[in-house]
Design a protein around this ligand. Structure first.
Ligand code: DGT
Ligand code: CA
Ligand code: CA
Ligand code: ZN
Length: 585
């Protein structure tokens, strides 16, 4: 274990001892030990090897043995036993403002409360207010604290977080003191969900920037305010972190706080193997003692003006933020330039879109008009099929009427955007499609999706979907797992087998670009595309503004290492027509 990990264990021991009502001096000893370890500049392994731990101020005899055991084995029997003697719910209750060890012990011994859920119930039932030392006010405060904790602990959709972050970044860049400003963290890496926003700024003066940041409209709470950083909370519970650095540190800080953690760890290892120490402060010779910060203060850092130069200093080609997940990107960047990832401008249309004929909110011509103003060469209309009656799915008759309307619109020359007539056809519970072959044959293409019997077991669901992919009229599979991010898990299925079946049957898999779906997940795309799977980035738009979701889809496609040639809707109109003709030949 590293010294920081050991410090975490010591702090945790202090918490557990406190909950058990142990002697305060003993508790303090663990807290002090943790602090001393964290600020230790020398190598812990060396100190232990030379038997000098007990000579360090703040580390008592009892701790020497425990630290040594943790360092050498990564385990501590004392800690394991202590942990198992305290209900985990009690530890969690410490996160609620107004609750310390003493109050938690009282709640536990008098009301048997050992979890936040039990506490919520007791507060709602008015039991907590009746306890000595609590009262109505405290009870109400605890309930609020529990509610806030839920809201704040929540992750946020990238799409919604980006909407908050964009104007903050613009505002920062417009400040006269600010030289450079960027997003960092998961937002910059285009993760599907975001824990908090991170901003890195290089500025000539710190105070006015912090002042602007913490007084912005929509800020409900300032959660931290230091000399070079600040954190605030917005109404949605979303937190935003700001760090201000001198110009020469900007690129290092930007790279560090963009992450991910795994990517950073691998980058630091690479630096070390070249005799360099890399941190948010700079890139300096690794020799000598002390923390990365101390080294950066001692040595002049390698000078870099851009992230390209930072990667180059470690013998690497530039790695786009989307790919910095520690999933082999460094090995690729070592050998040559990274693949050229698909871009928004590469898209010439999309295939899974709805109109007022089923559950959309805009008419066919409104949707086509919106596609035209995006400069799209084509738009695919795929309204629901009759089985999705709750979504006003189309009968055969209404579908054929729509096909005729689309043909008429295409020949009218009203729009420069060509319309393809398709369907989002339900995959019935046994894997048959909701329309028969004669009906499907009237269409340009067919998206197949699961919309009911979502609780089927993995084997049944997988077989069901594969059967649908084997239908010769199936062009693409819609929202593969049906997940709704932060709301609903996807249905059980075997992703590998479905990808195999898509490849075997020449079926495209959709990357549903709706920010709540982003399905199929980016983690599967790299490998699948290498095997030849084609992706269609589809907004699943239910109104004209929904077409913009392709922005989120392109982000995720890039995270999945997809290049232009992996994405079907980068084809021109003529190429798509030819591909559809081939499918039916
Ligand atoms: P999030 O906010 O949970 O969606 O994820 P991130 O990646 O934005 O994480 P965050 O905001 O905690 O920190 C931003 C970046 O800073 C993170 O991706 C990597 C870097 N970072 C933060 N803490 C650590 C750490 O303890 N070790 C390392 N190696 N990097 C860290
Ligand atoms: Ca973050
Ligand atoms: Ca953060
Ligand atoms: Zn659907």
């Amino acid at each position: 274990m590293t010294k920081n990990e050991i410090a975490d264990v010591l702090n945790q021991i202090a918490v557990l001892l406190d909950l058990k009502g142990e002697n305060p001096f003993k508790i303090r000893a663990y807290q002090t030990g943790a602090r001393v370890l964290e600020s230790l500049e020398e190598d812990l392994g060396k100190i232990i090897a030379e038997d000098r731990l007990s000579s360090i101020k703040g580390i008592g005899e009892a701790l020497v043995k425990k630290i040594t055991e943790l360092h050498e084995t990564g385990k501590l029997e004392f800690y394991d036993e202590l942990s198992s003697s305290v209900a985990p719910g009690l530890v969690e209750m410490l996160e609620i403002p107004g609750l310390g060890a003493k109050k938690i012990k009282a709640l536990h011994s008098k009301l048997g409360i050992d979890s936040i859920a039990a506490l919520t119930k007791a507060c709602e039932d008015g039991l907590v207010a009746e306890l000595d030392g609590f009262g109505e006010k405290t009870q109400a405060k605890l309930l609020t604290g529990i509610k806030n904790r839920e809201a704040y602990g929540k992750r946020h959709l990238w799409w919604e977080a980006f909407a908050v972050a964009g104007p903050i970044l613009e505002g920062l860049r417009a400040l006269p003191e600010v030289h450079r400003a960027e997003h960092a963290g998961s937002l910059r890496r285009k993760m599907e969900t975001v824990g908090d926003l991170d901003f890195i700024v290089a500025a000539s003066e710190v105070a006015p920037v912090v002042e602007w940041f913490v007084t912005r409209h929509g800020v409900t709470e300032i959660t931290a305010r230091g000399e070079t950083k600040a954190s605030v909370r917005y109404e949605s519970g979303l937190q935003a972190d700001l760090r201000i650095v001198p110009d020469e540190q900007f690129v290092f800080a930007l790279h560090h706080f963009t992450g991910s953690k795994d990517h950073n760890v691998q980058m630091r290892q690479r630096a070390l193997s070249r005799g360099l120490s890399m941190s948010e402060w700079g890139l300096v010779p690794a020799e000598g003692e002390g923390t990365a910060k101390a080294k950066a203060e001692r040595h002049a850092s390698v000078h870099v003006a851009t992230e390209e130069e930072l990667f180059a200093a470690l013998g690497l080609h530039f790695i786009p933020p989307e790919l910095r997940e520690g999933l082999g990107e460094i090995e690729v960047a070592e050998k040559g330039p990274m693949p050229h990832l698909v871009e928004l401008a590469d898209l010439h249309g999309a295939f899974h879109n709805h109109t007022t004929a089923s559950d959309g909110r805009n008419t066919l011509s409104e949707m086509v008009g919106a596609a035209e103003s995006l400069g799209w060469q084509y738009l695919g209309i795929a309204d629901h099929s009759k089985g999705s009656y709750q979504a006003n799915g189309l009968s055969e008759e209404r579908l054929l009427k729509q096909v005729a309307d689309i043909q008429a619109l295409n020949t009218s020359g009203r729009f420069r955007t060509h319309v393809f007539a398709g369907t989002e056809c339900d995959i019935l519970t046994d894997g048959r499609l909701d329309f028969d072959d004669a009906t499907l044959a009237q269409l340009d293409y067919v998206v197949v999706s699961v919309h009911n019997a979502l609780a089927q077991d993995e084997e049944t669901m997988t077989a069901r979907i594969i059967r649908a992919l084997e239908n010769p009229y199936t062009t693409m599979l819609g929202h593969m797992t049906g997940r709704l991010l932060l709301r609903r898990e996807g249905y059980q299925l075997n992703t590998g087998k479905i990808i195999d079946a898509a490849l075997a049957n020449n079926v495209i898999i959709e990357l549903n670009a709706n920010p709540w779906r982003l399905d199929m997940d980016w983690r599967h795309w790299r490998r699948a595309a290498e095997r030849g799977l084609l992706c269609a980035i589809n907004p699943d738009a239910h109104e004209t503004s929904g077409l913009r979701y392709v922005v989120a889809g392109v982000n995720i496609a890039r995270k999945g290492w997809l290049k232009k040639e992996n994405v079907f809707n980068t084809l021109s109109l003529a190429e798509v027509k030819a591909a559809f003709a081939r499918k039916h030949a």
